[in-house]
Design a protein around this ligand. Structure first.
Ligand code: ATP
Ligand code: MG
Length: 403
């Protein structure tokens, strides 16, 4: 029978340095991978402290490899074959591993590593034996020990020998869920989905919060945000989206606060509501797509006055990035084309022509004290609708949860 790659070897990212938390990390990674590969029921996942194996059991490896590329916490992975710690078996397996690649016209070398010191051949002996065997049994393949196209890696471990030929880069980062939960303030713009992606990359689980102002913003604008969240589920699995009806709050601010201060007060109201939702959902931080100096509300003076409404950590993964760098990531994670659709955002409609770039805190507080915003904020929170968006599910399977 023709021998085939029967497993995928997964190497962990940074988590290996996390000492006693490592078990939690590894288990979470395993669960995240299992979720991601639900469509392949025959696979089996074996995991240990320093690596993980996905046993294919006949499932196709290409679509599985594609899915693994979006799982945070994986440093790299490789198709692999396992055999007994026996020289003849190792030679045949290594040959079969090479033969499954487009090897003609290429160069190769063998890099053996003997973890099991009981094994009677040293690594250099193995390199020699296996290399000679591959050379004899193939055509149009030559040795190059300095810069080979194919590096046949052989690892003789206690439980067996593993052969891999090619490493694929993983998404890096930490497994989603290992760093706790945060609320992502998600507009329909380019920046906030990227901020959500980067937050998840550091292991945060996110729930999205979106403010919309019907009838000033349309159903299509809402759908756009749902579509953005769906893109993010490729990295985060199931994500909750809280949709906050914001019209009355915005109108009250618009009517009661001088025009150049209304933007700041609007942001403060958004942050207050998000913080209340965070408390209810037991999150520990808020993530935004703010980038220093990008627009009027993102000067340090504005951030200072906006941030004043809460002590909760506000994480701003894009703070020091240029717009071009942000756009680059947005394209890479496939949110860019959705973000640039022209549907109106709740803020653009009420945005004053000349917002203050250096708002004074005292002024803001004074204007807001003329308003009775608290009941309106309360109402917005109570009327918030929550949708659960699942990567694997189609739209029809989404449901509205109470929360
Ligand atoms: P983005 O591209 O994310 O819309 P932006 O460059 O347009 O950002 P702002 O409009 O100043 O910047 O918004 C700053 C941040 O405030 C956004 O990144 C987002 O986190 C949050 N935000 C803005 N509008 C909304 C909204 N309608 N719902 C939820 N969060 C919002
Ligand atoms: Mg925006």
């Amino acid at each position: 029978m023709e021998m085939k790659y029967d497993r995928i070897l997964i190497r962990y990212g940074e988590m290996t340095t996390k000492g006693k938390n490592r078990n939690i990390f590894v288990r979470r990674l395993k669960n995240n991978i299992a979720r991601k590969l639900q469509a392949f029921p025959r696979i089996k996942i074996e995991y240990m402290r320093d690596r993980m194996y996905i046993l294919l059991n006949g499932e196709p490896h290409e679509p599985i490899i594609d899915k693994l590329k979006t799982v945070f916490g994986i440093h790299s992975f490789s198709l692999a074959m396992k055999c007994e710690n026996d020289l003849a078996a190792i030679k045949e397996t290594a040959l079969a591993a090479v033969r499954q690649l487009p090897y003609k016209g290429k160069t190769f070398k063998v890099s053996a590593r003997r973890v099991d010191k009981q094994f009677p051949y040293r690594s250099d002996e193995l390199n020699h034996e296996v290399g000679a065997h591959i050379l004899r049994q193939t055509e149009d393949l030559t040795v190059n020990v300095r810069q080979p196209d194919i590096d046949v890696r052989i690892e003789v471990r206690q439980d067996g020998t593993y052969v891999t030929c090619h490493d694929i880069f993983g998404a890096g980062g930490l497994p989603v869920g290992t760093s706790g939960k945060a609320m992502l303030m998600l507009s329909g713009g380019i920046d906030s989905p990227v901020a959500g992606y980067l937050a998840m990359k550091r292991g945060l689980e996110i729930e999205a919060v979106h403010f919309f102002s019907p009838p000033f913003t349309s159903e299509r604008a809402k759908q756009k945000v749902i579509d953005l969240v769906r893109k993010l589920t490729a990295y985060g699995g199931k994500i909750k989206l809280h949709i906050v009806p914001f019209t009355e709050v915005q109108q009250a601010i618009y009517q009661g606060v001088p025009n150049e201060y209304s933007l700041i007060s609007t942001r403060r109201a958004m942050l207050k509501i998000t913080d209340a939702l965070r408390r209810r959902q037991r999150g520990l931080a808020i993530v935004t797509g703010e980038s220093l100096g990008q627009v009027a509300s993102q000067t340090l003076e504005s951030m200072y006055v906006i941030n004043e409404v809460t002590n909760t950590p506000v994480l701003r993964p894009l703070i020091s990035m240029d717009k071009m760098e942000i756009i680059e990531i947005a394209k890479q994670i496939d949110t860019h084309d959705i973000s640039i659709l022209p549907y109106e955002d709740c803020c653009t409609i009420f945005t004053p022509r000349a917002p203050k770039t250096k708002p004074k805190k005292e002024k803001v507080l004074q204007h807001e004290s003329q308003l009775d915003l608290a009941p309106l904020l309360e109402k917005a929170i109570n009327e918030t609708e929550t949708i659960v968006i699942d990567e694997e599910a189609g739209q029809a399977d989404e449901f509205t949860a109470l929360f």
